[in-house]
Design a protein around this ligand. Sequence first.
Ligand code: UDP
Ligand code: MG
Length: 320
Amino acid sequence: MKTPVLYIVIPCYNEEKVLPITSKEFLQKLKDLINRGQISDKSRILFVNDGSKDSTWDIIRALSNSDEHYIGIAQSRNRGHQNAVLAGLMEAKELCDITISIDCDGQDDINAMDQMIEEYQNGCEVVYGVRSKRDTDTFFKRATAEGFYKLLNVLGVEVVFNHADYRLVSSKVLKEFANFTEVNIFLRGMFPLVGFKSTSVYYERHERVAGESHYPLSKMLALAFEGITSLSIKPIRMITFIGIFISFLSFVGVAWTVLMHYLGQSVAGWASTTSIICFIGGVQLVSLGVLGEYIGKIYMEVKRRPRYIISERTGEEVKR
Ligand code: UDP
Ligand code: MG
């Protein structure tokens, strides 16, 4: 088998503290793999600047001048992690045989790449990086994240448990994946749909080397609500929350009316009527909200807006 060309796709958003540290580690890893003959010397580290407001793009440009193995593309504005990874994968798919997407903050163990590439050589087209432990995450992050995977599975969404977006995907799979044209993208739930032979590789997740997570609870919740939020869907989502709130109040209301009934302070029939009105009101609003969620998604899909816009590229390698 010929030595494959590997592109490591790395989304970066406001990572000026992190990049100077981890970029060296990525390059070292790439060179080790090249020297061992596991990948071709044409392999590259592709940074995707996701509209950073700090000096991230300047750092990427400087890196690309310092070593030909570094290249970068810049999104025209911040579009979020998923879109940044997608932009990088779509850019890479014509230029390489395999891609590995990984965060730039050093949390994912780069040594798992060796095994990922071995699995590719053994015939797997997709290799999922799975966190074997989450010791470095807070209890809250771990509990919510694991609950999220379980919920997705209950809802019939096929995702690999404890796999985020650290994965090897061959260009063969990416070419098929390019036909999945939805704008609401949730990559880890989409690759299982593309199919092809896949496997998992286990690694331990570390602490961020520097800087702070861009995924606070609010962003994690948004991801849980089928991946991507957008401003125009928010009002509809609020209906859902109002519905849940009213449902909760109605339970209190039910308890109260039942109590009043037994205390003999109510007109016959009043308790049951009030309970039912409260309960149904809440349920109806929740249902409306859920329907609204789907209508919002359809609204975003029919617009067919571009999923990413690349405004700049470093060097010559990625010019088309
Ligand atoms: N990221 C991005 N766009 C964003 C937010 C994050 O490209 O809008 C990148 C970020 O630079 C990092 C990766 O996505 O490489 C994961 O983000 P982070 O480490 O903040 O999330 P966590 O690991 O805490 O879930
Ligand atoms: Mg991180």
